[in-house]
Design a protein around this ligand. Sequence first.
Ligand code: 5GP
Length: 112
Amino acid sequence: MDTLFTKIINREIPAKIIYEDDQVLAFHDIAPQAPVHFLVVPKKPVRTLNDLTEDDKALAGHILLTAQRLALELGCEEGFRVVMNCNELGGQTVYHIHMHVLGQRQMHWPPG
Ligand code: 5GP
């Protein structure tokens, strides 16, 4: 079964796409929690952060650097937050890893 995000990657479900390359797709979150809120998703459908392996090191770095570059391009140079939720206790709802990037509002700590 394809994940929801694989369906977005395959253009079976529409999304507001920001960036794509051979490894990742970035698109705006459907329920934004900040003026800027987008997701960076690997095309490889890894279920959770716990399923990443040593073989995914370059991919994990690419996700992070893509998040950084797009955050800056979208006007978050004063600061932003990245979040990766893992499993139910971590608040994960879509089981295809993704990095949230949130910006253009004051972030608080601790998060909810
Ligand atoms: P999680 O809770 O797994 O960390 O994050 C999943 C995110 O995916 C949520 O922020 C949610 O709003 C977003 N999301 C869920 N379904 C869709 C969708 O169909 N399109 C887009 N663009 N985002 C979605």
